[in-house]
Design a protein around this ligand. Structure first.
Ligand code: GAL
Length: 722
C-alpha cells in the first residue's frame, strides 16, 4: 500500500555547493518552502539570488522495501535541480514552475539515506523563461513542498476525473493510467460530496494499463459555481488479490465552462463577463517561497477584497495551494506556461513542451481552471511550436479550451480563444471570437502608493474605463488587468528600484486607490463598498482643490457633506461608465471651486441603497496621524516551522483612513516562539507596509508590538498551535 509523507522538515541548507561527504556542520537547518536568499528589504537585485545552493536531507526508509518503488515528489524548485541519493546522481530537472518526481528506488537503501539537491538559481538562458529579458524575477531554492512516496511497483500513475454532460445528465469519466498491467487487478472508485457523504461507488476489473471508470446519471449533483463552489472527492483504490495496493484521492467539481462563438464565456450555461487581474507569485523578502496560508490569502484577496471572478497566473504555473483555494472559493483561473516574449532553440522548446505537459497533468482536476495558456506570453507567432502546444493540450485535456497570450491583434489564431494584451487606450475591435483581454494598464500607468493624488485617482480610473468598455462590448468575453500586486523585476523594467508598480495593490498586498474600484464592483449583497478616492487636501492636486471628486461605491446614491453642509445627493456616473455594474460617482463642484487657503472642513460621504443610509466614510481635514494600525490576516498559526501570518502596518487619521504621505519608520518587537520576516525597523511608504511572522515548532502565544515616534504603540497576539 502506498505511503506519502510530507518531506518539508529537517532539511539542511548551504548557499554554496557542498560535497556529499562534507560534515553537516557546514549547513543550517531549514524547512520548506525555502528561498535560497531571504531579503530584509523589499528591493532585490537579481544578481543576489543567482548561485548554486545545496539542500541536504537525511531520511530513513523501512528495513524491507519489498517490491516498493520510492519517489521524491518536488512541487517546484528554481531553476535547475541536480538530485543525488547516497552520493549517486538520480536526475536533473530544468525548469522552476512545474513539479517533478524522482524515482530513487535504485539508489535508495533500507534504513538511513542521504538526499542532496543542488539547486542552481542562475538565470540560465537555456531554460524558460530565460533566453532574453524577462519582466519578473524568479528567485531560487526549493520553494514549494516536497513529498516522499512509497508505492507498489504496480500503481496508479495518473487519474483525471472528467465531469460529462453536467447540465443534462451529470456523469464522470475517470481516465486512469497504471504503471503496469497484470492479471487480477480491480479498481474501486468512491465518490463523495463536500461533506464527505458517499455519492456513488463503482468497481471494475482492469483490462489494460489505461482504463476509464465511468459514473453515469449521477443524481442530485451540486454544480461548482462562483457563489457555491461545490467540490467532490474521488477516491480510487487499486486492488490486487483483494488487497488495496494503491490509492489516489482527487478533488474536483461538476461544472461546464465554455467560451462560445457568440463572444461570451458561459459557466454552467450562464453567461459570465470575466473581470479580473493578473497575479505574479513573488513576495517581499520571501522571493517565491510563500507557504500555503499566504498562497491562499492571495486567492482570498482577489476574490473578496478585489471582487474579481478570474485571475491569470502570469506567466507560469502557480502553487497548488493557490489553485486549491481558487477551487474552494469560486475564483476562475487562466493558467499558462512559463516564458516571456522569447522562444529559444530546439532544446528550449522541448522544455516548453515538458512544462505544458506537467502543468496540465498536475492541474486538470481543478474546476477553477477554465483555460490553458499554451503560448509563451507575448512571443511572436510560431506555427510549429504553437501547433504542437495546442495539440498536446487538447490531447491531455479534452475538456478545456486553449488560449495563448499575444500582444498583436493580427496574430495567427491557433487556439480556441483569442487572448490579447490590449494596452492602448480604448479597446481594440476583436477580429475573431471568442476574444479575451488578458492584460491592460500596467506599464501604461505605473503608480505608487505615495504618488500624488491625481495620479492615484487616474490609475484607478484607467482600470475603470477599460473594464467599462469591455463590459459593454458584446464580442469580448472579459478583461484581466495588469495586475493585482506590485512585483519584483529586472533592471530593464520597473522604476529603477527593481519593482514594477503596476499593481492595484502594493507588493505587501495592501490597497492602492485602484483596488477600491475593483472592490466597488462587488454586489452590495456581498459587501457594501464606499470609498472616496481623495485624501481631501487643499493643495495636493495641480492648482489645488478636489475637483472632480471620484467615489467608488456600489451604493445607488450618495450624499456628500463638507463639515455639516450637505453638497447634495449624487447618482452613479452612468454617462462615463454606462457598462459597469456599479459606475463610480463623479462629483464636479460648482465652478469656481478652489478651497486653497480658505476654511477647510472634514468630508463626509454617505452611501444609500433604496433611500436608506448603509455606509459612511469621513476624512479628517487636519490629516493628522492618529493611529498606527497593526493587523494580521490570521490570529493563529500552525506550529510547523513554516506557517506565516501577513502583518500589515498602516498610519491612519482619526477616522481610519490611511495617510499616504506618512513615511515613517516603525520598530517591531516580537516576543515568543516565532520569527519576524522583513525589515526592522520597517519603513512605511505611502502610509503602509507589511512583514511576516513565521511559526517555529512550539505552541503558545506570541506578541508583536509596533512603535513609532509619537503615536500610541500597537500590539497584536497570535496563537501558535492547532
Ligand atoms: C506586458 C507583459 C507583462 C508585463 C506588462 C507590464 O507586456 O506581458 O508581463 O510586463 O506588460 O505592463
Amino acid at each position: 500500500m502506498k505511503t506519502v509523507s510530507t518531506f518539508n522538515h529537517n532539511w539542511l541548507f548551504a548557499p554554496v555547493q557542498v560535497e556529499h561527504d562534507a560534515s553537516d556542520d557546514r549547513f543550517e537547518a531549514i524547512c520548506l518552502p525555502h528561498t535560497n536568499k531571504l531579503f530584509s528589504r523589499p528591493f532585490v537585485d537579481n544578481a543576489e539570488y543567482q548561485f548554486i545552493s545545496t539542500y541536504r536531507k537525511h531520511f530513513a526508509l523501512p528495513d524491507a522495501l519489498d517490491s516498493q518503488q520510492v519517489f521524491i515528489d518536488f512541487d517546484g524548485a528554481m531553476l535547475v535541480s541536480h538530485v543525488f541519493v547516497n552520493g549517486q546522481p538520480v536526475a536533473v530537472h530544468k525548469g522552476g514552475f512545474t513539479p517533478f518526481s524522482v524515482d530513487i528506488t535504485d539508489q535508495a537503501v533500507p534504513g538511513d539515506n542521504l538526499l542532496t539537491v543542488y539547486v542552481d538559481a542562475t538565470e540560465d538562458t537555456s531554460v524558460p523563461p530565460y533566453g532574453n529579458l524577462v519582466d519578473y524575477l524568479t528567485f531560487g531554492g526549493i520553494y514549494r513542498d516536497v513529498h516522499l512516496r512509497l508505492v507498489d511497483s504496480c500503481h496508479i500513475t495518473s487519474l483525471f476525473p472528467k465531469p460529462v454532460t453536467v447540465l443534462t445528465a451529470p456523469g464522470l469519466d475517470c481516465d486512469v493510467r497504471l504503471s503496469q498491467w497484470k492479471p487480477g487487478l480491480r479498481l474501486e472508485a468512491r465518490l463523495h460530496d463536500a461533506d464527505g457523504q458517499p455519492v456513488a461507488l463503482l468497481t471494475q476489473d482492469v483490462s489494460s494499463q489505461s482504463v476509464v471508470v465511468s459514473f453515469v446519471d449521477l443524481e442530485q449533483i451540486d454544480l461548482w459555481t462562483l457563489k457555491n463552489p461545490a467540490l467532490y472527492t474521488l477516491k480510487l483504490s487499486l486492488l490486487s488479490g483483494g488487497d488495496v495496493i494503491d490509492q489516489q484521492v482527487v478533488r474536483f467539481g461538476f461544472r461546464s465552462a465554455e467560451f462560445c462563438d457568440d463572444g461570451r464565456f458561459y459557466l454552467n450555461g450562464e453567461p459570465v463577463k470575466l473581470f479580473g487581474l493578473n497575479r505574479h507569485q513573488t513576495y517581499p523578502y520571501l522571493g517565491a517561497a510563500a507557504p500555503k496560508r499566504l498562497q491562499e490569502l492571495d486567492a482570498d484577496i482577489l476574490k473578496y477584497e478585489l471582487g474579481c471572478n478570474i485571475v491569470r497566473t502570469s506567466h507560469y504555473a502557480q502553487s497548488p495551494h493557490f489553485l486549491n483555494r481558487c477551487d474552494e472559493i469560486g475564483l476562475l483561473v487562466f493558467e499558462e506556461i512559463a516564458g516571456w516574449q522569447h522562444i529559444g532553440d530546439e532544446a528550449w522548446r522541448a522544455l516548453v513542451m515538458d512544462d505544458l505537459r506537467a502543468m496540465i497533468e498536475r492541474d486538470r482536476h481543478h474546476p477553477s481552471i477554465i483555460l490553458w495558456g499554451v503560448r509563451i506570453n507575448e512571443s511572436p507567432d510560431d506555427e510549429d511550436l504553437y501547433g504542437e502546444t495546442n495539440a498536446l493540450a487538447r490531447a491531455l485535456d479534452s475538456t478545456r479550451q486553449t488560449g495563448g497570450v499575444r500582444n498583436f491583434i493580427r496574430s495567427e489564431f491557433l487556439e480556441d480563444v483569442f487572448t490579447l494584451n490590449d494596452f492602448p487606450p480604448g479597446i481594440q475591435t476583436p477580429l475573431v471570437r471568442p476574444h479575451l483581454i488578458t492584460e491592460f494598464g500596467g506599464h501604461m500607468f505605473p503608480t505608487k502608493t505615495w504618488d500624488h493624488e491625481e495620479r492615484r485617482v487616474e490609475h484607478a480610473l484607467h482600470h475603470a474605463r477599460k473594464q467599462n468598455l469591455q463590459m459593454g462590448h458584446p464580442d469580448i468575453a472579459g478583461a484581466i488587468g495588469w495586475c493585482a500586486f506590485d512585483y519584483h523585476t529586472h533592471r530593464e523594467f520597473g522604476s529603477g528600484d527593481r519593482i514594477c508598480y503596476h499593481g492595484v495593490m502594493d507588493i505587501y498586498r495592501l490597497p492602492k486607490m485602484a483596488a477600491y474600484f475593483y472592490r466597488s464592483q462587488k454586489s452590495p449583497s456581498d459587501e457594501i463598498v464606499l470609498y472616496a478616492a481623495t485624501n481631501w487636501t487643499m493643495g495636493d492636486r495641480a492648482a489645488g482643490g478636489n475637483n472632480p471628486l471620484t467615489i467608488f461605491s456600489n451604493c445607488d446614491e450618495i450624499e456628500v457633506f463638507i463639515g455639516e453642509n450637505s453638497q447634495g445627493r449624487f447618482r452613479p456616473d452612468v454617462e462615463q461608465f454606462p457598462h459597469l455594474n456599479h459606475p463610480p460617482f463623479t462629483i464636479r463642484w460648482q465652478e469656481p471651486y478652489n478651497p486653497w487657503g480658505t476654511a477647510f472642513q472634514d468630508l463626509t460621504v454617505r452611501g444609500l441603497i433604496g433611500g436608506a443610509i448603509v455606509a459612511e466614510q469621513r476624512i479628517d481635514s487636519s490629516h493628522l496621524p492618529q493611529a498606527l494600525r497593526l493587523s494580521s490576516n490570521t490570529d493563529r498559526l500552525s506550529a510547523d516551522g513554516t506557517d506565516m501570518a501577513r502583518i500589515a502596518l498602516q498610519i491612519t487619521d482619526k477616522y481610519g483612513n490611511v495617510l499616504p504621505y506618512q513615511m515613517r519608520s516603525v520598530t517591531l518587537t516580537l516576543e515568543g516562539e516565532a520569527d519576524l520576516i522583513g525589515a526592522n525597523p520597517l519603513v512605511l511608504l505611502g502610509g503602509q507596509a507589511g512583514c511576516y511572522v513565521r511559526s517555529r515548532f512550539a505552541a503558545g502565544t506570541v506578541t508583536l508590538t509596533a512603535e513609532t515616534d509619537d503615536l500610541p504603540k500597537a500590539a497584536i497576539q497570535l496563537g501558535i498551535g492547532d
